[in-house]
Design a protein around this ligand. Structure first.
Ligand code: CA
Ligand code: CA
Length: 404
């Protein structure tokens, strides 16, 4: 096996090498001139190592036709490759413990192995033929944050460990291939993607805290049973059979399980949330604040009210089916209701249909003309608090209301 070592100093031009398997180029340091090497006429090589690349050197990998190692790389050098289908390894000259490296790839389908680079900012562009991009980072070490951006098309990704972020990402599909992953933390900022993960994943945490813009995520998580959401930016979330808990989220959540025939629990936060349970017997909770829209869709659905009505946390239920769906009122939030210590159906004597100002001892009032549902803590006329509306002309009976 042939090996070639070459100092590359102030070289700008094409490098012609034939029949040498291992090539190492030393790019020089300090006052050495910038190098721009076109590797388009290197044939027969299986590995190419370039050491000591500086910021002034060109780092377009496009013409490289062998596995490439960039070693002793100066911090801050951007690495870019187009139509590069070979393994890429990157290690920096100094390990600060908080290193950041920017890597831009297009038409890449190979291993990307970084060493001791804590934050990898990976921009992936979809190739013109629409082919999937495969990035295998399973052998990378020390990655704490992997940040994906770009219009990546379909991206198959072996994670290096640590957390994952979508920043300004527009992806048709991000398929996380790792089979040993049990949980995943994903930060979202101004991104839209369809996320697919392997069956070993049991929980997914989403965080929309950021400043660039709202996010949208469709999910096919065959193994994940729970998704927790927090954050400050709005999120559209399309789930299939996952429970979604966003009770600490301050931004608006749109959670749509319209594609699901299974029972799901969807819980919003303090924003104006829109929750759709899809088919199945679902449990929908608009959360502690906001003007929420709850759609049970088909099935026997439960609409949960576990925060004290304030007048500013009113939920609109779009499709309450009397006799099938349930309103579930938590006795600690609706403390004026009789609570015997066990869940029960609201007593007929605590329910009133008509004008909330005409009550005498009742605590839950349904005004059919407006579709408004009120709660009155003391049962005395005046002071009734609107907590839900079910649409004018709908039917609600005390037997539709359960106290827990
Ligand atoms: Ca349903
Ligand atoms: Ca809410």
């Amino acid at each position: 096996m042939d090996t070639l070592y070459a100092d590359v100093v102030d070289l700008n031009g094409q490098l012609h090498v034939h029949g040498v398997e291992n090539i190492t180029l030393y790019s020089g340091t300090g006052s050495a001139g910038a190098n721009s090497v076109d590797a388009g006429d290197i044939t027969g090589a299986t590995s190419l190592t370039v050491s000591d690349l500086q910021a002034a050197d060109a780092t377009d990998l496009s013409a490289v036709t062998a596995d490439l190692s960039l070693t002793n790389l100066a911090a801050g050098v951007s690495v870019a490759g187009r139509d590069f289908h070979h393994a890429l390894s990157i290690s920096l000259a100094a390990d600060t413990g908080a290193d950041v490296q920017n890597i831009a790839l297009q038409a890449f389908s190979a291993a990307l192995t970084t060493t001791n680079i804590e934050t990898v900012n990976l921009t992936v562009s979809e190739p013109s033929d629409g082919a999937a991009t495969d990035v295998d980072m399973s052998a990378a070490s020390g990655v704490q944050h992997l940040v994906l951006s770009g219009s990546s098309g379909t991206l198959n990704l072996h994670l290096p460990g640590g957390d994952l972020a979508f920043q300004d990402l527009n992806a048709r599909l991000v398929h996380i291939l790792d089979t040993g992953l049990s949980s995943l933390s994903l930060k979202l900022d101004n991104s839209a993607a369809w996320l697919q993960t392997d069956s070993s994943l049991s929980s997914l945490s989403l965080d929309t805290t950021g400043s660039a813009g709202p996010c949208s995520l469709e999910m096919s998580l065959s193994g994940a049973s729970s998704v927790s959401v927090t954050g400050t930016q709005a999120l559209g979330l399309y789930v299939h059979n996952q429970n979604v808990d966003a009770h600490t989220m301050s931004a608006d959540l749109l959670a749509d399980a319209g594609g699901s025939s299974t029972a799901v629990n969807l819980t919003g936060g303090t924003g104006n949330d829109s929750l759709d349970g899809g088919d199945g017997n679902d449990r929908l909770d608009g959360g502690g604040g906001g003007t929420d829209r709850l759609a049970g869709n088909s099935g026997a659905d439960i609409f949960v009210f576990d925060h004290a009505p304030t007048g500013s946390n009113v939920s609109t239920i779009t499709d309450l089916a009397t006799g099938t769906d349930q309103l579930e009122l938590d006795h600690s939030a609706f403390a004026g209701l009789n609570w015997s210590g066990a869940p029960h159906t609201l007593a007929a004597g605590e329910f009133f249909q008509g004008d909330p100002n005409a009550i005498s001892g009742q605590h839950v009032i349904f005004e059919q003309g407006s579709g408004n549902l009120y709660y009155d803590a003391d049962g005395m006329a005046g002071g009734a608090q609107l907590f839900a509306t079910v649409g004018a002309g709908s039917d609600v009976h005390n037997s539709d209301i359960h106290i827990v």
